[in-house]
Design a protein around this ligand. Structure first.
Ligand code: NDP
Length: 327
C-alpha cells in the first residue's frame, strides 16, 4: 500500500483526506513515477473547492511532481526505470507517493536541477513561458503589468522578464511581497492593498500605460487591468485567485480604447512532446544558468499528509513563490 490525498466532496481544505491506496501498474504509454516532490498550484484549490470540480469521486488531486521512474507500461520510449523526471498537466492524483502519467507529459530532469526545484517550477515555468513568449511575445525594453508578482507563477515571471530585458510592474498584497518581487527582478511594484493600480501604472509609465496586462487574480482586478492598458492593449486573463470574471459587456473594450482580451491556459499551448521539449528546454536552461531561482523556503514545504494545511496557507495569501508537498 502507498499513501495519497483524496477527497469525496468539494469544499474547504477540510475535505482533503490522507489515505492508503494501491498504486496501479502503468497502462500502455504510461509511466509510473515515484514522486519525491509535489508541486502545489492554485488551480488545485479550484478543483478542491468545486470551481473546476473533478468528474467523479473519490478523486485524487494535483497534476505536477518530480521523482524517479519506477515502472513503465508498454510502448514507452521516452524514459526508463531509474530516470529522474518531472511532469505537469497529468490526470488528477499527483498528491501521492506514486502516480501514472502519459509519457507525453514527462520531461527528463537535468542533473543540475533538484526534484524540489523541478516541482516548484515546472507547471508555473511552462506557464510563464507561454505567457511571455507566445500569448504576447514580450520585447526587450517593453513595460508590462503582472499581477500577484510575489506568488509562484509571479516570482518566475519577474525573473524571466528581467532575463529578457522587460520592465515588469508587479502587483502584490503587502510591502514584504513587494520587496521579494523587486529582488526577483520586478522593475517596479504596486501594493494593491493601498495603491490605485491604474493610476500608479500611468504614473510609472509617464502617462502612457502598458500594452499588456497579465492577470491571474480575476474578478477583483479585471476592471483595474483594463484601465491600465493603453489603446489597443491586451489583457491576458489567466486565473481566478479572487474568483472568476463573469458577465463582461464587450462594449467596455471599445469604450476603453479598442482593447483585446484573451483567456488562455497551458493546455492550449503545451499540447505535445515537441511543444513540451521546446518550453522545458528554455525553462531548464534559465534555471541551470541561475537566471531563474526557484528554491522553496522550509515554511512552504509540507509533508504530503498535511495537504490541508498547505491549502489553507496558500489561500490565506501569506505565501511567497512556490509551495511543495513532500511524500
Ligand atoms: P500564487 O502563489 O500566485 O497564489 C495566488 C496569489 O494570488 C496569492 O498569493 C495572492 O497574492 C493573489 N491573490 C489576489 N487576490 C486573492 C484572493 N482573493 N485570494 C487568494 N489569493 C489572491 O499561485 P500560483 O502561482 O499557483 O498561481 C497563480 C495564478 O496563475 C493562479 O490564479 C492560477 O490559477 C493561475 N495559473 C493559470 C494557468 C493557466 O495556464 N491559465 C497555469 C498556472 C497558473 P497577493 O497577496 O500578493 O495578492
Amino acid at each position: 500500500m502507498a499513501k495519497r490525498i483524496q477527497f469525496s466532496e468539494t469544499g474547504t481544505p477540510d475535505v482533503l483526506q490522507y489515505v492508503d491506496y494501491q498504486p496501479q501498474d502503468p497502462q500502455a504509454g504510461e509511466v509510473q513515477v515515484e514522486n519525491k516532490a509535489i508541486g502545489i498550484n492554485y488551480i488545485d484549490t479550484y478543483v478542491r473547492s468545486g470551481l473546476y470540480p473533478p468528474a467523479s469521486f473519490p478523486a485524487g488531486l494535483g497534476t505536477e511532481a518530480a521523482g524517479i521512474v519506477s515502472k513503465v507500461g508498454s510502448d514507452v520510449t521516452a524514459v526508463k526505470p531509474g530516470d529522474r523526471v518531472v511532469y505537469a498537466q497529468s490526470a488528477l492524483g499527483a498528491y501521492s507517493e506514486f502516480h501514472n502519467v502519459p509519457q507525453e507529459k514527462i520531461a527528463l530532469l537535468p542533473d543540475a536541477i533538484s526534484f524540489e526545484q523541478a516541482a516548484a517550477s515546472f507547471l508555473k515555468g511552462l506557464t510563464v513561458y507561454y505567457l511571455l513568449r507566445q500569448t504576447h511575445e514580450v520585447q526587450a525594453g517593453e513595460t508590462i503589468l503582472f499581477h500577484a508578482a510575489a506568488g509562484g507563477v509571479g516570482l518566475i515571471a519577474c525573473q524571466w522578464a528581467k532575463a529578457l530585458g522587460v520592465k515588469l510592474i508587479g502587483t502584490v498584497g503587502s510591502d514584504e511581497k513587494a520587496e521579494r518581487a523587486k529582488q526577483a527582478g520586478a522593475w517596479a511594484t504596486i501594493n494593491y492593498q493601498k495603491e490605485d493600480i491604474a493610476a500608479r501604472v500611468a504614473e510609472l509609465t509617464g502617462g502612457e500605460k502598458v500594452g499588456v496586462v497579465y492577470d491571474s487574480v480575476g474578478k477583483d482586478t479585471f476592471e483595474k487591468s483594463l484601465n491600465s492598458l493603453k489603446r489597443r492593449g491586451l489583457l491576458v486573463s489567466f486565473g481566478n485567485a479572487s474568483g472568476p470574471v463573469k458577465g463582461v459587456d464587450l462594449a467596455v473594450l471599445n469604450q476603453k480604447g479598442s482593447l483585446f482580451v484573451t483567456r488562455p491556459s497551458l493546455n492550449g499551448y503545451v499540447t505535445n512532446r515537441e511543444e513540451l521539449a521546446q518550453a522545458s528546454s528554455e525553462l531548464f536552461s534559465l534555471i541551470a544558468s541561475g537566471a531563474i531561482k526557484v528554491d522553496v523556503s522550509d515554511a512552504q514545504k509540507f509533508p504530503l499528509s498535511e495537504a490541508k494545511r498547505a491549502h489553507e496557507t496558500l489561500e490565506s495569501r501569506v505565501t511567497q513563490g512556490s509551495s511543495l508537498l513532500i511524500p
